[in-house]
Design a protein around this ligand. Structure first.
Ligand SMILES: [Zn+2]
Length: 227
């Protein structure tokens, strides 16, 4: 293996200097063009916005180190991409269906203290991801949540039950979220797949809501939410 060829090849000092200059120019261009998107920050991006950022990045990258690629060509492409972005955001504001097409729709993940079956079956997000999102917002068990909505930018919005309407639900933290091996007749148990709460006569009963084959139940808890 020729290490000199991998790391240096035919790079001359003058081209190295040119690469540095090209990189600096494109860096400034990216900032200018991102300012043109009109966005204030990029903490949470929708898929559409991420596409724009990725295309800008790849367009800006090549002229940084390609000798025979003039920067003006990259600037033209970036202008077109930003122009299309502005056009799309205008359409999105005008026509709702276009927004759904481009950005997707918010999705109900939790309704009335249980996971929405169709959504977990579609696998839009794993149990782990839902649970960690809810834990991050201080939710201890599913029955504290009346509505859990997955926004298009990946945020998880929650509406909680009032304090005087807390019942038994599926625990979301790892220690209590464990399958029981034995059941007691007057305890509440929660299906670990869908959050359905029931009394059980045996530890591996089939859940009559989701009919999931795993047949795993955790001991349900009814703690109030701490605010
Ligand atoms: Zn179930």
């Amino acid at each position: 293996m020729d290490w000199a060829s991998i790391f240096i090849h035919d790079t001359t000092w003058s081209f190295a200097l040119e690469v540095a200059l090209r990189a600096a120019i494109m860096f400034i261009m990216i900032i200018i063009f991102l300012r043109f998107t009109g966005k204030r920050g990029v903490r949470q991006l929708s898929i559409f916005e991420l596409t724009i950022i990725l295309s800008l990045g790849s367009i800006a990258g090549d002229p940084m180190f390609t000798e025979d690629l003039p920067i003006i060509q990259a600037v033209i492409i970036m202008s077109v991409v930003i122009g299309l972005y502005r056009l799309c955001t205008w359409f999105v504001m005008k026509y709702q269906p276009f927004e759904y097409l481009l950005e997707g729709k918010p999705v109900y993940i939790v309704e009335n203290g249980r996971l929405v079956l169709e959504k977990i079956k579609e696998g839009k997000m794993s149990h782990d991801e839902f649970f960690s999102e809810m834990r991050r917002q201080g939710v201890e068990h599913l029955r504290q949540v009346r509505i859990g909505l997955l926004e298009v930018n990946g945020n998880f919005s929650l509406v909680l039950y009032p304090l005087d309407d807390i019942r038994y639900g599926l625990p979301l933290f790892p220690k209590p979220y464990q399958a029981v091996q034995r059941v007691q007749p007057d305890y509440h148990y929660a299906c670990m797949y869908c959050g359905n709460v029931a009394y059980l006569t045996q530890a591996h009963e089939l859940c009559n809501r989701c009919h999931n084959k795993s047949r795993r139940w955790a001991k349900a808890i009814n703690n109030e939410i701490v605010t």
